[in-house]
Design a protein around this ligand. Structure first.
Ligand code: UFG
Length: 325
């Protein structure tokens, strides 16, 4: 009998790629999504139950119907800028919603959880690459909501015998290798889609947010990890929990950094298009450099990034962006 896994936020970017992998490996991904930012068209590998994280009764009903062996919780608002302007929205959805989920799990005796956290919980790192035991001092409400949920999970783990893997993603990028799904945020704020949409002339210019950072070319450096590799990290975590693993946290990145300027150069090579650049002000809340040390998950779960070279990231994104209307 196929094992049900409840994927909260499974109609979103990383969630949908994880559903595809789950189904390929013989699990049944049940998507629970309010479709505020998710796309119904990205749910192709199992049923969808439309519902909100804040709706306790609906969550309990879905738990009862499918009896999932585990829950993968992707659902969150994730616009850093918006979180600064409207923190209430972020605390309610990301924190109160997750508390609701944890309580519903407790009441329904579901004990296995994989949670999407973020490198945004580290704030401005004192050391790069960043290891899991680095200080977590977020510098925006989005990062604080993720850290707060991590702390709730930690307390619930001890008190109620919950086993949870927290995955702290660095910069998710790329699209499905078969071209079936990809990144489709509305509005789009992420660097690679914006660069590629400029190459497609859907946007007049690409704006570089600051060229006076303390980095070799003055632009911010990030660790881009392919969404397929991220999806695989969830599978490895699920198997770990199925095997009786206890609560832990892992950084998920590829361990090397690209500056915004380097991304543009690479994108011009891959697309064979010229990308019109404008140097703009720094964006509030952007650390200069974020690079992951992901040795812990490599050592403990045998995870390895396979598709996170910049070429595969840009080529899969480019194919996806060309197909978007
Ligand atoms: N950037 C530009 N111009 C743009 C957009 C982005 O120069 O038009 C730069 C940013 O300043 C940053 C880099 O490109 O230096 C990457 O920016 P993204 O917005 O693509 O991603 P972030 O680094 O801001 O990602 C952060 C956290 C994630 C979190 C995500 C939420 O690192 O953990 O925000 O969307 F999930």
């Amino acid at each position: 009998m196929s094992k049900n896994v409840l994927v909260i936020g499974g109609a979103g970017y990383i969630g949908s790629h994880t559903c595809k992998k789950l189904q390929q490996l013989g699990y049944t991904p049940i998507v629970y999504d309010n479709l505020v930012h998710g796309h119904k068209s990205s749910v192709k590998w199992g049923p969808i139950e439309v519902g909100d994280l804040l709706d306790f009764d609906r969550l309990s009903e879905v738990f009862g119907k499918y009896k999932p062996i585990s829950i993968i919780h992707f659902a969150a608002y994730a616009y850093v800028g918006e979180s600064v302007l409207d923190p209430s929205k972020y605390y309610r959805n990301n924190v109160v919603g997750s508390l609701n989920l944890l309580d519903a799990m407790r009441v329904n005796k579901i004990k296995s959880l994989i949670f999407s956290s973020s490198c945004a919980t580290y704030g401005i790192p004192t050391r790069v690459p960043i290891t899991e035991d680095a200080p977590q001092i977020p510098i925006n409400p989005y990062g604080t909501t993720k850290l707060t949920v991590e702390k709730m999970i930690n307390d619930f783990s001890h008190a109620y015998d919950l086993d949870c893997v927290v995955l702290r993603y660095f910069n998710a990028a790329g699209a499905d290798l078969d071209g079936e799904i990809g990144e489709n945020h509305l509005p789009e704020t992420h660097v690679i889609p914006l660069i590629l949409q400029t190459a497609l002339k859907k946007r007049e210019h690409f704006y570089i947010f600051g060229n006076d950072y303390d980095t070799p070319d003055g632009t911010c450096i990030r660790d881009y990890v392919h969404v397929e590799d991220l999806a695989q990290a969830h599978i490895s975590s699920l198997k770990y929990l199925e095997g009786g693993g206890s609560s832990t946290q892992y950084n998920i990145g590829n361990g090397s950094g690209y500056s915004v300027r380097e991304l543009v150069t690479e994108a011009e090579r891959v697309t064979q298009e010229e990308i019109s650049l404008v140097i703009a002000e720094r964006r509030v809340g952007d650390p200069a450099i974020l690079i992951s040390d992901s040795q812990k998950i490599k050592n403990e779960l045998g995870w390895q990034p396979e598709y996170s070279d910049i070429n595969t990231i840009l080529e899969t994104s480019w194919r996806w962006q060309k197909g978007l209307i």
